[in-house]
Design a protein. Structure first.
Length: 436
């Protein structure tokens, strides 16, 4: 029976139905992932891949194309972008400089070592893979951009999923857990800076004039955020936020978040940097009021909209298209990713006095990549750096490295103090929030 609705209305209705399918599938596989000692984000990523051409698309009738028709994908991408920017704002707000208190030396050494080794191995692997992936949709990819991107992608650690994993394994109060979290925070800052440099190079097209413009505007943007917006937000918070959260304050924050994302997009360094930066400069006090009035509603937005990001990613992942050579490349990518982060963290951990067992656990922890890696990979697609096959292999690497940690981590008994902790011991995130 044919629908009597107008075509435009029907397209919107299909988008709504698609979101429902994604949410339900992600919820089911997220619970299954938890049962398998995996963070829920692994199940949600797998749900996005399974609904795409890698699994559902292989069934008779091309169900993926019928459930997620081409006309709906632009709408899904826009919705996913909103969820993504809110999530990046949360990561910026949750960056706790107090994590480094008392452990700057060890965390700095571990972060620099793991980032440098992962970046170096990633750039070296890029040199080997580049001849097979130097063209994306008919456009030539500069080697410098490809190598920088691969190094940055290998260097990332998923700070939010790591925090969730530490809490679920009752390791948040341990030395190795605290060091892993502090190192992950520094790792991500370094990796985002590398990605910003890569985006600037790609956007500039290799011309010195454009690079100078992007660099100058980036410096101006950082100055405005630090010297103008940060004091302004602090002033507004002091004046408007006391024991309750005025709705106009939330509106100002959301508007600022999207305008900051627009600014970095216009400059040429991707919208996610603007969202992260705006969250980073946002005041943390009064913490309880901000957590109740801003953080928790934003968690709810992320919980609903981030699964849409997973299906947008999954629609571009086609495991069946990986050839024999592609399988060899995938193995090399996973091995390099694991070696860079695990060895890069375990060796300095051992040198700081950790037993090998603790140092190995530290390496496993910082090797988790989760949703943060997917954000970088989608940025790479948007910048025209990754072709479809390389994107698929890198997404699989993100899933594998995140899934490795859960079954291999120790699970010590909870102390009375730890037993009462919330399920996400980073500022304000509730237990049910997105794992990232």
């Amino acid at each position: 029976m044919k629908s009597l609705a107008q075509h435009s209305d029907l397209v919107i209705a299909v988008v709504m139905a698609d979101i429902a399918i994604v949410l339900l599938t992600g919820a089911v596989l997220g619970r299954l992932a938890r049962y398998l000692r995996q963070p829920p984000v692994v199940g949600e990523i797998v749900a996005g891949i399974a609904l795409g051409p890698s699994l559902l698309g292989l069934l008779p009738g091309d169900l993926t194309a019928h459930i997620f028709p081409a006309e709906t994908r632009a709408y899904l991408s826009a919705i996913a972008q909103v969820g993504l920017l809110v999530f990046m704002f949360q990561i910026g707000w949750e960056f706790d400089k107090g994590l480094l208190r008392g452990r700057r030396g060890a965390a700095g050494a571990i972060s620099i070592s793991s980032t440098a080794l992962a970046f170096g191995l990633g750039a070296g692997l890029a040199a080997m893979l580049y001849p097979y992936h130097d063209t994306v949709k008919g456009d030539h990819v500069p080697f410098t951009a490809f190598a920088l991107f691969m190094g940055a992608a290998m260097s990332i650690t998923a700070f939010p999923v790591l925090a969730r994993m530490l809490t679920e394994h009752r390791m948040m109060g341990t030395r190795v857990g605290a060091l892993a979290l502090a190192s992950a925070a520094l790792d991500d800052v370094l990796a985002w800076c590398l990605l910003a440099l890569t985006a600037a190079i790609v956007t500039a097209g290799g011309t010195v004039k454009d690079m100078v413009q992007i660099g100058a505007l980036s410096v101006l943007y950082v100055a405005v955020m630090a010297l103008v917006m940060r004091p302004l937000l602090a002033y507004l918070t002091r004046r408007m936020v006391r024991n309750r959260m005025p709705p106009v304050y939330v509106i100002v924050l959301v508007a600022g978040l999207f305008l900051s994302s627009y600014a970095t997009t216009w400059i040429g360094i991707h919208a996610v940097f603007g969202a992260f930066a705006f969250g980073f400069i946002m005041p943390r006090k009064p913490f309880e009021t901000l957590a109740d009035g801003v953080k928790q509603p934003f968690d709810g937005i992320s919980m609903v909209l981030l699964p849409v990001f997973f299906i947008v990613t999954g629609l571009n992942v086609d495991i069946s298209a990986i050839s024999g050579l592609g399988a060899v490349e995938l193995v090399a990518i996973v091995l390099v990713a694991c070696a860079g982060k695990i060895l890069g963290a375990a060796i300095p951990g051992r040198l700081t006095g950790m037993p090998w067992r603790e140092a190995g656990t530290l390496g496993l922890l910082v090797n988790t990549r989760g949703l943060t890696e997917l954000i970088i990979l989608n940025a790479g697609v948007g910048l025209g750096i990754l072709d479809d096959q390389m994107f698929t292999m890198m997404v699989l690497m993100a899933v594998i490295t995140t899934a490795l940690a859960g079954p291999l981590l120790p699970n010590p008994p909870a102390s009375p103090r730890q037993a009462g902790r919330p399920a996400f011991a980073v500022p304000g995130r509730p237990a049910g929030g997105p794992a990232g």
